[in-house]
Design a protein around this ligand. Structure first.
Ligand SMILES: Cc1cc2nc3c(=O)[nH]c(=O)nc-3n(C[C@H](O)[C@H](O)[C@H](O)COP(=O)(O)OP(=O)(O)OC[C@H]3O[C@@H](n4cnc5c(N)ncnc54)[C@H](O)[C@@H]3O)c2cc1C
Length: 463
């Protein structure tokens, strides 16, 4: 008989690990306390190269690049293939020089990956991984009269975009990069479509893992016996550690992104980043396009995405960092609409400093928000890994979604080392893009977001 695995938490980590281990032939039970999968903190950006984070190491950037390529393979209908324009305003304390060096390095690595295995070519042609634009080149494109409804080349993506941006406020060069979007609702739908069909997965939705203990070499979860336990409980992972008496140091951070609508726009935009120092009034602004004129906005300032006291850490007495009730109320109940309006308006103002016409955008829906964990004490960590304890216990401490299959593979290797028995391997269940369209739309509506946000703006790899 195949070894029985309990996974606590059906976010992107728990769902992806369930998918991977079920394919390997293990007997999986996934406990998720909510009524659907991947309903925790949001995700909109694939981070293929980590270029939004000037402060992380080259090593983390390379990991994020490789992990993102892998994730696309598992969730092919979830990617919005629009590129990302990265700019450094003159007001920013950082400058674009360092990014240029990093992009050159990542381009070489991406090229090598595609030469080693042609199926890795998931970010478009390596030659087009990024392109830089001087002030003169940007000005020339800004005045290019071409109207491109469905941009294909990087220059075509830039033309319409640069018309909306105040070029005098930026440092040069500008960079457009094949860092794509990742649609939260489509991940939720894809995970559900696959896991529902796998015969060796028991999906326990609306089921909280409440009681946990160890008895005669087995884990008991809600009285049911398992050979291996995986903690994928997201920002609540410390509660599981505390229940079974494991010490762990981690951070938890509450953040929110805001949903706006800018109706006048008929053109497609790339994601646009206005870099700036995190936590200051100049903090990075992130403009993420969805279909039908919806734009998700981040502003890495204390009055937009970040919150005073929003970052908390564990203590020697508890592995669970304690978020204040202000944040738990938002996560578990709801937001005051006045705060939604206030913070979304602040986000619109933040972006329209560099895109003046965007000031006419309106508040469109409740924010996309939540708390996420960061293992250890380094708040800048982005590419995280699985951590193991004795007694067949693993934790998926996800910081960025793309790390989840690396975690799954590491867990599979640990289970193999421990001699846990597998049954027959399973194929990935068949499902189509149309299945994802339909279920993702239902999921967006059931979570009270505009149905259009379940769609993607760009279906083909930008070249
Ligand atoms: C505003 C914001 C924007 C973000 N943007 C991005 C982005 O663009 N790209 C990116 O890669 N990442 C992004 N992130 C980070 C990303 O959201 C997280 O890394 C990711 O969602 C973590 O996934 P997870 O599966 O580990 O945890 P979660 O999604 O939190 O899943 C944990 C699940 O466990 C369940 N659970 C907990 N305890 C129990 C229990 N006892 N019994 C049963 N179920 C339980 C919860 O209900 C939850 O569904 C963002 C985060 C925030 C806050």
């Amino acid at each position: 008989m195949a070894a029985k695995v309990a996974i606590i938490g059906g976010g992107i980590a728990g769902s992806s690990v369930a998918l991977f281990l079920a394919q390997e032939g293990y007997d999986i039970t996934l406990f998720e306390q909510e009524s659907s999968l991947v309903s925790g903190p949001p995700m909109c950006h694939l981070h293929a190269g980590g270029n939004l984070y000037p402060d992380i190491s080259d090593e983390q950037c390379i990991k994020l690049l490789k992990q993102s390529i892998e994730l696309i393979g598992y969730y092919p209908h979830t990617i919005d293939y629009r590129p990302t324009l990265i700019t450094y305003p003159k007001s920013s304390q950082e400058n674009p020089k360092e990014l240029h060096r990093r992009l050159d390095m990542l381009q070489i690595i991406y090229k090598e990956l595609t030469q080693q295995d042609s199926t890795n070519k998931r970010l478009g042609e390596p030659e087009n991984y990024f392109k830089s634009y001087s002030y003169k080149e940007a000005k020339a494109l800004q005045h290019n009269p071409l109207a491109v409804k469905e941009p294909k080349t990087l220059d075509e993506w830039m033309i319409q975009t640069l018309r909306e941006i105040d070029l005098e406020q930026l440092q040069y060069p500008l960079f457009i990069v094949q860092e794509y979007g990742l649609n939260l609702f489509r991940i939720a739908a894809s995970a559900e479509l696959m896991l529902q069909k796998l015969p060796n997965v028991t999906l326990k939705l609306n089921t909280k893992a409440q009681t946990l203990s160890r008895s005669q070499d087995k884990w008991l979860v809600n009285e049911e016996s398992f050979d291996y336990l995986i903690n994928a409980a997201g920002f609540r992972s410390g509660i599981i550690d505390d229940l079974i008496g494991k010490k762990r140091s981690r951070l938890v951070e509450f953040k929110a992104a805001y949903v706006s609508r800018w109706e006048k726009q008929e053109h497609l935009f790339p994601e646009i980043i206005f870099q700036g120092k995190r936590g200051t009034p100049e903090g990075m602004g992130q403009f993420t396009p969805y279909p039908a004129g919806y734009y998700q906005l981040h502003g890495m300032t204390q009055d937009i995405t970040l919150y005073p006291h929003g970052l908390v850490k564990s203590s020697p007495l508890s592995a669970q960092p304690r978020l204040s009730s202000e944040f738990l109320q938002k996560i578990e109940q709801k937001w005051e609409w006045s705060e939604v309006e206030q913070r979304t308006q602040a986000a619109i103002r933040h972006i329209s400093r560099y895109m003046p016409a965007f000031s006419s955008a309106k508040v469109a829906a409740k924010p996309l928000y939540g708390a996420q964990q960061i293992p250890g004490e380094d708040a800048t960590l982005r590419a995280s890994e699985v951590s193991f304890e004795s007694e067949n216990y693993a934790r998926c401490e996800t910081v960025k979604a793309s790390s989840v299959f690396t975690m799954a593979k590491d867990i599979a290797a640990d289970m193999q080392t421990k001699g846990l028995i597998k049954a027959t391997t399973q194929n990935v269940p068949h499902y189509t893009k149309e299945d994802v369209d339909k279920l993702a739309t239902q999921i967006a509506a059931s979570r009270e977001y505009p149905k259009a946000m379940a769609g993607i703006t760009t279906l083909f790899p930008a070249t």
